[in-house]
Structures are given as C-alpha cells and as structure tokens.
Write a protein of this length. Structure first.
Length: 641
C-alpha cells in the first residue's frame, strides 16, 4: 500500500505560515511591503491588542482587479517575478507569493480593494485559507487588509505569543525598519485607537529625527561614496554618541533591512581607539548594489543577505566611515585659538640671560631614623605641609592624618621604626592576638576548610589596580575590586527596590531625555521602577521625560546617559516579570556605579569593601555569575616553589 500522499492546500499553507508568519509583526511586515510595492504614498497601520485581535493595513496604492484579488491568496501567486532569473534582478520587497497565502491560512482576513479605472472595488473574506464570500463594494482606490484573530486555528502557536507589551515592541521595531527605508512615503501607526507614530513624507535625515527624536540630529555625520561595486550613503554617529546599550544600528541594501555582523565589525573598526571598548555607535547605512551581486532568497524573513563581493565592500565601508568621521570633525580637534590668552614669551638664545639659576641644598648628614623621642618633627613650608593629610595616609594610631592638626602629630619612638617595615602577617601566631577577625568566614571550594581574614587594617594589598590581595588562614585570597563592588551595590539597590527607601540626589538643572515611540510599551514600567531606585523622572509628553534627580552616591555619572542606557537595557531585556526587571535594573545601576578598575584604593576603602562583601548573601559570584574571589591555598603556593 502506498504511504506517500500530497498534503491538502490548507495544511501546506499552515506549514508555510510557520516560516513566514511568526508573530503579529510578521503580518505587518508582509502587508506593508506589499503596499509599498503597489506604489502607495500613504500607509496606515491599525493594531488592536498588539495584533492579537486585529491588524488593519490601509494604503492608496494601485489596488487589484476582481480576479487578482482572488488569485493573490493562492500560494506562489505573484506579480513580482516570472522566471527563476528574476530572483537575481529583484526591485521589489516581495517576490515569493507566499505572504498572503500564509496570512490567510492562520487568520480571518477581509480585503477591500479597487483600481483607479474601476467604478466598484472587490470585497473578499477568507478564513483558514477558505474563501467565505466575494462581492463588489464601493471603496477607495488602493487596498484595505483586515486580519483578525491571528492563529485562531493554530492554538499552539497562539499560546506561545508573548505579552502585548513584547509583541507591540516587535511591531514598533518592524515598523521602524520599514519607514527608515522609504522616507518619501507617509506612515501612520495606531495602537488601540491611539496614534502612536505619525511620519509625514520627508528627507532621510528628517525621517530618522521623526522616529528617534530631535536629539539624535546633533550626533549624525553624513557619509556617502560611490564605486563600481556599490554605493554607500547614510549617517553614522559621532564618537561621543557611543553608548553601552540602545544604540540605533541599521543596515539596508536596495531598500531592504538586513542583519550583517561582518559589516557591523567594519563600522566598529572605523571607530577603533575613538570609543571605549564595548560601546556602540549609532549608524544608518544604506547600500545600493547591483541586484545580480546579492542573494536575498536564503532565509524566509529575508533579513540575511549574501554578497558576491563581500570582502571588497567591507573595505569600502571601513574607508567610508573613517572618511566621514575625519571630514566632518568627528574627532576632537586641538584648539589653537589664542585670542584673549596670556602672551607666552618666545625663547631667544641671543637675549641676555639675567635669571639666576636655582640651587638645591642637601643635608647629607640628615638621617630620619636617628632622632630621639624628644625631637620634634620637621616640616617644610608650602604645599608639602598639606601632603601629610593625603587620602589614605595613616598615623600611628590608625586615624587618617588629614583629620588632625600638624601640632597633634607625634612621631613613633626611634626603637620601633623597624616595625613599620615588617610584613604585617608573616607569622600568624605573632599577629593573632592583635588581629581583628572578620565575623564572616569563607569556605574554600577545594577542601571546604574554613578560613578567616587576618589582621584587620593592615592585611590588604592592591594588585594591578584590579585585585585586593588578602591573607587568610589557609593561603591568599584574591578579590576582584570591581565585581565585589557590583555585588555590594546590587544587593543595596535590590533592597531599596523592595523597601522603597532609596535616597535621591537632586540635579541642579533638570535635563530632558527623549525616547523613540518604539520604547513606549516599556516606559511606564521602566520609569516606575527607576523612580523606586531613587530617580526623579517626570513625563513631559511626546516621549520626552525630565530628569531632576538620581540615586544618591552616583556623583560624576551623566544623568541623561544613565537613564537612556537603563531604559534601553530594559527594552532589550524585554522581561514582563516585575521582579526580573527590578533585578536587571539593580545590576545595570550597580555596574555603572561600582569602583572601576585602575582606581587606587586606600586601606580603609579596601577594608570597607571586604567587610561589606562578606555581609552579602553571595560573596563568591556577581549577580550574572562572574567570579569575585579566588583562594590560593598554602599547599598550592608551596608547590610553586
């Protein structure tokens, strides 16, 4: 008995829909691209419940005849190509003829369409690939697609849709990728009856400003080059616009959005040594390439594109971005303007030299260790006096000398000077009675022996500006100073979120930060939680927020940059669980406020970090799982010798 059989069209369409239609944003992408191919000048998108309930696309394109309207919902029915060779000469967004068939297979679809030369249009209704009705109707020129109850006949797919906030964020993201390519077309997006984005026809630069706010205009550098292989145009951000999270980065080729990690590295290479490592620069780069030199038919969503001359275009891209940064003063210049500056005399070797050369007198018989207890300390006049109270210096009693007057200082007795240079914890027995043992103990991961930190106040050594080295009972402990502070601050901010007890540090002049419309689904939750951390942020309307306060202890951090990065991180994280957002915000804030690598720490600071670290719930690992402390046991050290 034969077991192989052809699948019914309805089943085949659902299988195809699984690749093409992944979520409501996929429906919008396919239908809006069809409207663009139809020559529309105005496109309106109406979304209800993030596309779960309904999606409506209205355009003023060329429309369809009665026959074309019926045929458009069949698989592989398309007006874009006629033969296989046309795949390598594409000038339209769509070409496979699968989009409408896939949408109709998993939703209830109603289409109203009319051509300019027709008096009446056509209305056709489908449900799960089945045509329910078709009739003439009076309607405007163009097409009006209404897609309702997406995945109504595929409950497993509908169950795996994310929350409305996440799905709306994906819709906004998809909408941005389309509107940035076609600034000459007017777009309007409505969410639950409210206008979320209104973009009139404009220039490319103005379209970017309309989507992402006026502030981005100050950071854009135009770039343009034309070669036999490709034409590159667009904008790239100035080096000072780089940020850790949320940088807007877009590649487009022949009017189509694409993802290309290789070209992304080319842009980063152009900014090498101009921005900190790990920071991202915004860019909007458009490639015009001969359609025969690219292949867009390698992925169902058409965001992965292969280039025939990829290496050569990569080199052109690097040179173009570098040229834009240099040509438009993207790199800080040396200021040679001397107007109003004091005159600096020019050296003239022929002029008589009347100045007296300074001399240095040295007392070769002076020995600081040959003084008696009755001798008074000698100080030099001038700035050297203040140096005795520098940060981190200590007197004999263990009190910072900056808090004492010079007359209060009493030198150590002569016979005890050797103790100043004796290692503080060479012999555990000698120091045990004078040590102040930390209340917390550490567990060695290798042998589970308990070890205690010794000799509080003199046991810490900072190594390479990164690690705090501490002697413990069974060896040496190395602590990453930055990660330790991240763990400490993370638990502090989490406690502040849970108890709502954060302190706020006012900003002298409130600053305004603006977010793109695509952030709107997340802003209410993100801003609310950030206010719990100690921020003071008020809504000014139209995506603008005024920042008048930040959490205490964040001196030196730019408020606008901090708020921008935190909100961008929440949008990228995309969590809908409040506790997870709290944890993520606390970690992001802790990483920005922690003691950086390279900062020289005093004994008091190192001791404070170690004390607070050992009071944390988990002092071995950061919240994101990175190691904080490592112990070299005595036996391991001995083996090295």
């Amino acid at each position: 008995m034969d077991i192989i059989q052809l699948l019914p069209d309805s089943v085949a369409n659902q299988i195809a829909a699984g690749e093409v239609i992944q979520r409501p944003a996929s429906v919008i992408k396919e239908l809006v691209e069809n409207a663009i191919d139809a020559g529309a000048k105005t496109i309106k998108v109406f979304v209800v419940d993030a596309g779960r309930t309904s999606i409506q696309i209205v355009d003023d394109g060329c429309g369809m005849s009665e026959t074309d309207a019926r045929l458009s919902f069949e698989r592989h029915a398309t007006s874009k190509i006629r033969k296989a060779d046309d795949l390598f000469a594409l000038h339209t967004m769509g070409f496979r003829g699968e989009a409408l068939a896939s949408v109709a297979a998993v939703a209830q679809v109603t289409l109203q369409t009319r051509r300019a030369e027709d008096e009446l249009g056509t209305r056709i209704t489908l449900e799960g690939s089945r045509v329910i009705s078709q009739e003439p109707v009076a309607c405007a020129v163009g097409s009006n697609f209404c897609v309702e109850n997406l995945f109504f006949n595929v409950p497993a797919r509908r169950k795996f849709l994310k929350s409305n906030t996440t799905e709306m964020s994906n819709i906004n993201q998809t909408f941005e990728r389309i509107v940035l390519v076609y600034p000459q077309i007017s777009f309007v997006l409505y969410n639950n009856g409210q206008e979320a984005m209104n973009l009139p026809a404009a220039s490319l630069r103005q379209r970017i400003i309309d989507v992402f706010g006026k502030k981005i205009n100050q950071t854009l550098l135009p770039l343009e080059t034309s070669t036999t292989l490709c034409k590159i145009r667009g904008f790239v951000g100035k080096p000072e616009s780089a940020r850790k999270k949320g940088a807007k980065q877009f590649f487009f080729v022949n009017g189509r959005y694409m993802k290309h990690p290789y070209f992304h590295k080319a842009v980063l290479m152009a900014f090498e040594r101009l921005v900190p490592s790990g920071d991202q620069v915004p860019y909007f780069i458009y490639f015009d390439v001969n359609p025969e030199d690219i292949d867009v038919n390698i992925h169902p969503v058409k965001t992965e594109i292969k280039f025939e001359n990829e290496q050569a275009i990569w080199q052109i891209l690097v040179a173009t971005v570098r040229d834009a940064v240099g040509k438009f003063s993207g790199v800080t210049e040396i200021d040679f303007d001397v107007e109003g500056r004091p005159d600096i005399p020019v050296y003239n070797p022929d002029a008589p030299f009347d100045a007296k050369q300074p001399t240095i007198e040295i007392d070769s018989s002076y020995n600081p260790f040959k003084c008696t207890p009755s001798d008074e300390p000698q100080y030099l006049d001038g700035p050297s006096r203040a140096s005795s109270g520098s940060r981190g210096s200590r007197n004999g009693g263990g009190i910072p000398s900056s808090s004492l007057g010079l007359g209060d200082y009493k030198p150590r007795q002569t016979q005890e000077w050797e103790s100043l240079y004796r290692p503080s914890a060479i012999n555990i027995d000698d120091t045990a009675e004078n040590s102040n043992i930390f209340s917390s103990v550490l567990n060695d991961e290798e042998d589970d022996d308990q070890v205690s930190l010794l000799n509080r106040g003199h046991e810490h050594l900072q190594y390479s500006g990164r690690y705090i080295v501490t002697q413990v009972e069974n060896g040496l402990m190395f602590t990453d100073q930055y990660r330790a502070d991240v763990r400490i601050l993370f638990e502090y901010y989490m406690h502040s979120l849970e108890t709502r007890t954060s302190s706020t540090q006012k900003i002298l002049f409130p600053e305004v930060v603006q977010f793109p419309p695509s952030y709107s689904p997340y802003l209410q939750t993100a801003i609310s939680e950030m206010c719990s951390l100690g921020f003071e942020i008020s809504d000014e309307g139209n995506g603008s927020y005024s920042v008048s306060g930040i959490p205490g202890g964040l001196d030196g951090l730019d408020a606008v940059t901090l708020v921008n990065e935190l909100v961008s991180a929440v949008v990228e994280y995309g969590s809908d669980v409040k506790s997870e957002i709290n944890s993520f915000l606390a970690l992001q804030l802790a990483e920005r406020a922690a003691t950086p690598y390279g900062e020289i720490l005093s004994q008091e600071q190192m001791e404070s970090i170690m004390e607070r670290l050992l009071e944390c719930e988990n002092y071995r690992y950061t919240p994101d799982g990175k190691t904080i402390t490592v112990i070299w046991s005595n036996s391991e050290i001995e083996q090295r010798f």
